[in-house]
Design a protein around this ligand. Structure first.
Ligand code: ADP
Ligand code: MG
Length: 259
């Protein structure tokens, strides 16, 4: 890719202001304010917390009711196709073309991303290498294991060296070894980009996230370092205990109230 060193090390900024979204009467996001710069963030919350809604809005696949998304201070709506170019998104549910080879799929995505024709082959090779699929690219996707399919999706996500990378439940369906591998990859990407991983599985982001954003029923509960969260919610425990204390206790309280 034709990018100078200066650009590689430039810090990026994503800012979310007063973001709200409802589906009918269901409030999925309630006035969210967040700032992200280079590094890896975990977006943590149980199913239904609003994670995918937030990721879909950030990636401009869903319209918010209220609020703004700013990329380096500029409203993403005014950036248009430029915003698409800095974005890498791996949605929670995604179909793969089983009849395609891995290479054909990556080529298809590269064309969608408007990557210049003469760069596509090199980009495909680089991305595939990062997820260790370089020797599997000529196989059809229906011959891939679950882990290989997930890695192919990650490769498609990082095509074009995006500055903002969003993974929604990236380890779904992976075995423990594959999980560790995917985790390491994400950590690598975060040295040059903003990486946001939405998950309800604490170990997915443990020890790699510089900050953790906690969503509960559409409300932003916390955005802090793992150390600060442990200090506040589970002084003698770990991040898993933080999660348990935030979510299980609340459920018990509402259980008591309702009974
Ligand atoms: P998460 O990704 O954290 O599991 P979601 O963003 O998918 O959360 O969902 C947040 C809330 O919004 C849930 O209560 C969910 O049922 C609701 N929701 C999500 N998508 C839709 C939709 N298309 N129509 C109606 N309700 C939705
Ligand atoms: Mg989700």
């Amino acid at each position: 890719v034709s990018r100078g060193l200066g650009d590689v090390y430039k810090r990026q900024m994503l800012e979310i202001r007063n973001l709200s979204k409802s589906y009918g009467k269901k409030v999925a996001l309630n006035n969210i304010n967040l700032k992200f710069d280079n590094g890896l963030y975990g977006l943590l919350g149980p199913n239904g917390a609003g994670k995918s809604t937030l990721m879909n809005i950030i990636t401009d696949n869903l319209k918010a009711d209220n609020g703004e998304i700013l990329w380096n201070g500029i409203d993403y709506q005014t950036l248009g196709v430029k915003y698409r170019e800095i974005l890498g998104y791996m949605p929670q549910q995604q179909g793969l073309y089983n009849g395609f080879t891995g290479k054909r799929f990556l080529n298809y995505i590269a064309v969608l991303k408007d990557i210049p024709k003469k760069e596509i082959l090199l980009q495909i090779e680089e991305s595939a290498k990062k997820v260790n699929l370089q020797n599997e690219l000529d196989k059809k996707i229906n011959m891939y294991s679950g882990g290989m399919k997930q890695r192919l999706l990650i490769a498609s996500c990082i095509l074009g060296n995006p500055k903002l990378i969003i993974f929604d439940e990236p380890t779904a369906g992976l075995d423990p070894k594959e999980r560790v591998r995917v985790k390491k990859l994400m950590q690598e990407f975060s040295s040059k980009s903003i990486v946001i991983i939405a998950t309800h599985i604490v170990p997915d982001i443990e020890n790699i996230a510089k900050e953790i954003v906690i969503l509960k029923e559409g409300v932003l509960i916390e955005k802090n370092t793992p150390e600060k969260l442990i200090e506040k919610y589970a002084p003698n425990g770990d991040l898993e205990d933080v999660y348990m204390n935030i979510f299980e206790n609340k459920e018990e309280n509402s259980f008591e109230k309702n009974n």
